[in-house]
Design a protein around this ligand. Structure first.
Ligand SMILES: [Zn+2]
Length: 417
């Protein structure tokens, strides 16, 4: 829970509202979310205690079996399809058909960054309202949130949605190469997409960064550094010149960063190097920044320090961004109204990470409306100190269930085209 939300709770209490108790009593959905908590904790423990590092076929299959059983028990049709591109594990796609006309996709990954033996070494535990264990927040808390939000809807006999589709993918931590096409294909059929990565405070995310990889290749001419250095064209010196020229490709106002992080060059101490290269990391949220950086850099590299060298700059595209957009903002506002019912404030944030929400977003289209970090609040991701805030379980379950119910019923909010 963030400091802000403590403050808000305190203010509400002073104003005479005791936020959680009476609201809970009055709100059957919140009551059901509270009733669901013990079952959530059991599922959470079960999922965290099985290693599912990306590529760990056995562990991924074990958790797949658990998730498929859960989804079937909730009444869903479940299809299991091998991830593309030879990636280990399956994409799990579950569908529930309802009586309404709004379509939802709830998605998150079931792989983690942790290797075999990690779960045995530090199994799931809760201490002072913090849960620990490999992937406890990223994203096993998200898996459990989806499963138990559906359980809440079932317990309340709610089927007012058109379709509710669930996608669990096995490869997010290595770039989702085996699931990105599936995400994009499913997302196009939806009105709303919720992604369940963990926020680091009481927040939902309306924009995520895209990731690109930048490359610089310099070709010069080799010669003996002792007997004929003047005949060589030193690729390393030219690379150094280019890196200094290309050190400013970012744009702080647009949130674009370009950082050179790897250099290669040279073979022997007595040879003028023929080739040198560099690689770097680009983050951006404005889709136009790919072309801007490419054009700018290609212009800059025409200026050489060492004559007779060739220089090539290129960009390889990684995860696309979820850019700031009105549909995500409208969803976040609705989420904020709902979350307030739990006595907590909710921030709408842009984050610097890239996530699968980028694959779900369709440029120049009002649908689907995409919202990220619907999972359990947590921190220390990808480290042994990873934790999740166990007090966020009920508010987060409530948020998901109530969002689906409210959006299914309403014809305003995010309009269909
Ligand atoms: Zn994640």
């Amino acid at each position: 829970m963030s400091r802000t939300s403590h403050f808000i709770v305190a203010v509400l209490a002073l104003c005479g509202f005791a936020p959680v108790g009476p609201v809970a009593a009055a709100d059957p959905i919140l009551k059901q979310a509270e009733a669901e908590r013990p079952a959530f904790m059991e599922t959470w423990q079960q999922l965290v205690d099985i290693d599912t590092g990306t590529g760990d076929k056995e562990g991924l299959a074990h958790v797949e079996g658990i998730l498929v059983d859960r989804l079937k028990a909730l009444g869903a049709d479940v299809a299991v399809e091998p991830a593309a591109a030879g990636v280990a594990g399956n994409n799990i796609v579950a569908t529930l058909k309802g009586s309404g006309d709004r379509n939802f996709l709830l998605m998150v990954h079931y792989d983690t960054v942790f290797g075999e033996g990690e779960a045995a070494a530090r199994p799931f535990r809760v201490e002072n309202d913090r849960a620990y264990g490999p992937g406890v927040a990223d994203a096993k808390g998200g898996l459990a949130t989806i499963v138990h939000a559906l359980a809440i809807l079932k317990a309340l006999d709610f089927d007012g949605y058109g379709t509710l589709t669930v996608l669990f993918n096995p490869d997010e931590e290595k770039g989702s190469t085996g699931s990105r096409d599936k995400i994009a294909e499913l997302a196009k059929q939806q009105d709303y997409v919720f992604s369940y990565e963990p926020p680091d405070s009481d927040a939902v995310t309306v924009a995520t960064n895209g990731i690109n990889y930048v490359f610089l290749d310099v070709k010069g001419r080799s010669s003996h550094a002792g007997s004929a250095p003047e005949e060589g064209r030193n690729a390393i010196i030219e690379l150094a010149h280019q890196l200094l020229q290309l050190n400013d490709l970012g744009d702080a106002d647009k949130g674009t960063t370009v950082n050179w992080t790897i250099v290669h060059g040279g073979a022997k101490r007595n040879i003028i190097p023929e080739v040198a290269s560099a690689e770097g990391d680009m983050r951006y949220s404005d889709i136009g920044e790919y072309d801007r950086v490419l054009n700018e850099a290609q212009g800059i590299v025409e200026d050489h320090l060492i004559p007779d060298t060739t220089v090539e700059f290129r960009i390889q595209q990684g995860r696309p961004p979820l850019p700031k957009n009105p549909a995500s903002m409208a969803l976040a506002e609705r989420a904020q109204d709902i979350y307030r019912q739990t006595g907590h404030d909710l921030d709408a944030i842009a984050m610097r990470f890239g996530t699968d929400a980028g694959y779900a977003y369709v440029p120049d289209s009002e649908t689907p409306a995409v919202l990220e970090t619907m999972g359990i609040v947590g921190g220390g991701l990808h480290s042994p100190d990873e934790f999740a805030d166990a007090t966020s379980v009920v508010p987060r379950l409530y948020l998901s269930a109530r969002m689906i119910m409210d959006l299914s019923r309403s014809n305003e909010g995010v309009a269909r085209p």
